[in-house]
Design a protein around this ligand. Structure first.
Ligand code: ADP
Ligand code: NA
Length: 328
């Protein structure tokens, strides 16, 4: 039986942090064991919002690839590649744009929200409106049926389904409808308690020096009611506790910490030290692999070249079908 196909991507617009690690990459690691996975560094997607600062994209592509390989994404188990290396993405985007209903794109709530939230950038462009069309092309090019995305992307995935359906009915049945793979992923908080994000300046990065990371963790926000060492706290109100739930794998230790917090038996620094130890357990081997790839640039280039080759084979077959369905 043919393996089901998974597609997912990340935009090279910043360094990857512990939110990406726990919220996406750890799931991708499991998926690569089971499915035919396409993991794509979506540089065209980055250009949609970063066109005024496009020289930074190349560096972030490299950082992302380093992080992916460091955490254990494996080119022997998944196709790892860069979007702009496979011309089918742009070509299918163009084809889908011909049948993409303008009103659907203009009314997309994510689009409206991003226009407001990223007011520092001029996103009133033709390309940015088409963000979900390009995302649909990314997925459909490989006939992916499973797409692991965060809840925030569910509208985009709905649009991808609609475009698949519309193409199939206007021309001919070519695309399966992709399904969202909503795996229960934690919302990883940053050092200020908000969702960890590159745009909030609150992130702990996968590649960050662990001493620098400890400086951030040490000063991290905790339960605001715990002003003094002798005040009892509530773990449920503390972002450090949220991180413990993700990284501190020893349940007994976690129970001990929660009890210590509620009874003021331990201080916040004691609690943070334990967290940092567990983050180290997770990150040390990752950072070691990262250092290996940092000094093996040619190997990284080979991985991308091989990935693009494998992806292109599938992509060009799909594009042949697309052109024939259209009648070219
Ligand atoms: P974009 O590339 O569109 O800017 P993000 O960098 O915000 O998207 O995140 C990419 C994916 O990583 C999200 O869809 C989500 O699954 C995961 N992710 C990012 N930040 C977090 C977080 N703080 N907690 C959990 N998951 C996260
Ligand atoms: Na695989």
């Amino acid at each position: 039986m043919m393996k089901e196909c998974v597609f997912s991507g990340m935009r090279p617009t910043g360094r990857l942090h512990l939110g990406h690690l726990a919220g996406a990459l750890s799931n991708w690691l499991k998926l690569q064991e089971e499915f035919e996975c396409y993991y794509c560094i979506v540089d065209w997607h980055a250009l949609m919002s970063e066109y005024m600062n496009s020289s930074a994209i190349k560096g972030y592509c490299k950082e992302i690839l380093l992080d992916w390989l460091a955490v254990g994404l494996d080119p022997n188990k998944a196709v790892i590649f860069q979007q702009s290396h496979v011309c089918g993405h742009a070509e299918l985007h163009l084809a889908l744009s011909m049948i993409a209903p303008l009103g659907r794109l203009e009314r997309n709530p994510i689009y409206k929200e991003q226009l407001e939230n990223m007011a520092d950038k001029d996103l009133q462009t033709y390309g940015f409106l088409g963000y979900p069309v390009l995302m649909a092309a990314d997925i459909l090019l490989y006939k992916a049926t499973k797409v692991p995305v965060g809840e925030d992307q569910s509208i985009h995935l709905e649009i991808a389904k609609e475009l698949a359906r519309r193409f199939n009915s206007v021309f001919r049945e070519v695309f399966p409808e992709p399904e969202m793979l909503l795996t229960p992923t934690p919302r990883v908080p940053g050092i200020d308690g908000r969702k960890m994000s590159k745009s909030y300046n609150n992130a702990l990065f996968i590649s960050e020096d662990l001493n620098d990371m400890w400086d951030k963790v040490r000063t991290m926000m905790t339960d605001p009611a715990r002003m003094k060492r002798t005040d009892p706290g509530e773990p449920e109100k503390c972002p450090v506790w949220e991180l413990h739930k993700v990284f501190t794998l020893d349940e007994d230790k976690r129970a001990e910490l929660a009890h210590g917090c509620r009874t003021a038996g331990i201080g916040c620094i004691d609690c943070k030290k334990v967290l940092m130890d567990w983050i180290k357990v997770k990150l040390e081997p990752i950072q070691e692999r990262r250092r290996y790839f940092e000094t093996h640039g040619l190997e990284m280039m080979d991985i991308l070249r091989e990935g693009a080759k494998k992806a292109s084979e599938v992509a060009s077959k799909t594009m042949d079908e697309v052109k024939s369905a259209v009648g070219f």
